[in-house]
Ligand binder design. Structure first.
Ligand SMILES: N[C@@H](CCC(=O)N[C@@H](CS)C(=O)NCC(=O)O)C(=O)O
Length: 219
């Protein structure tokens, strides 16, 4: 199995967590979203995914993009653990939270959106950061309310689901943009407890082979 991703891509981060939870070994192929205008726009990658976005999963002759779709594929073929509960309210709550994040919150802070905004004359870099932060906070306000009702040890009661797999990467993004998590105590609690798990730790951006190596501070 091959995963085309980028260390700081939160959509690829979701898939890395799912693969780790399911204990699936995979080859990681880094697509540098910044180098030379972005390798996602190269002809080679365009042939792999015409939308020019990561992640893409290749499993034998199957080629799948869209992180939630990839997680569905993994659930269908590589159970357990089943990340989308099979029935009942929990199934739809888990999907709802995952979609709130992946469909409503994340796209507004995606790289190509930021690049477009910054290219507009009237937008300063600070305006762009404020814009991203604003939309994450709008999303988190509602998410906090939902999680207050639905969560136990995990986003949805006591079962680890696709909602948890989406939450951690989105919080990672929020922290990058300076969102103060103390406004969202349930999100903060879940983020820290999920990050105790080795499957989440291993999937973290800084633990990817394409993450820039940290240099010691110059003394
Ligand atoms: N809905 C897609 C989103 C994929 C996506 O937006 N990927 C970002 C990285 S998180 C990307 O490749 N961005 C490249 C760009 O904006 O040019 C999914 O869930 O897989």
């Amino acid at each position: 199995m091959k995963l085309y991703g980028y260390w700081r891509s939160s959509a690829a981060y979701r898939v890395r967590i799912a693969l780790n939870l399911k204990k699936i070994a995979y080859e990681y192929i880094a697509v540098d979203l910044l180098k030379d205008g972005g390798e996602q726009h190269s002809d080679d990658f365009h042939q792999i995914n015409a939308t020019e976005l990561v992640p893409v999963l290749v499993d034998g002759d199957m080629r799948i993009s869209q992180s939630l779709n990839i997680i569905d594929y993994l659930d269908d073929h590589y159970f357990p653990p089943q990340l989308t509960p099979v029935a009942g309210q929990d199934r739809y709550t888990a999907k709802e939270i995952a979609q709130d994040i992946a469909i409503d919150i994340h796209p507004l802070n995606n790289l190509r959106v930021q690049q477009y905004l910054i290219s507009q004359e009237e937008f300063t870099e600070q305006d762009e950061l404020d814009w991203v932060k604003h939309w994450i906070m709008v999303g988190f306000e509602a998410l906090e309310e939902k999680l207050l009702r639905s969560s136990g040890a995990y986003c949805v009661g006591t079962q680890l689901t696709v909602a948890d797999v989406c939450l951690v990467p989105q919080v990672y993004n929020a922290l990058r943009f300076g969102v103060d998590l103390s406004f969202y105590p349930t999100i903060e609690r879940l983020y820290h407890s999920l990050n105790e798990m080795s499957e989440f730790k291993l999937a973290a951006p800084e633990n990817q082979p394409d993450a820039p190596t940290k240099k010691p501070p110059i003394e």
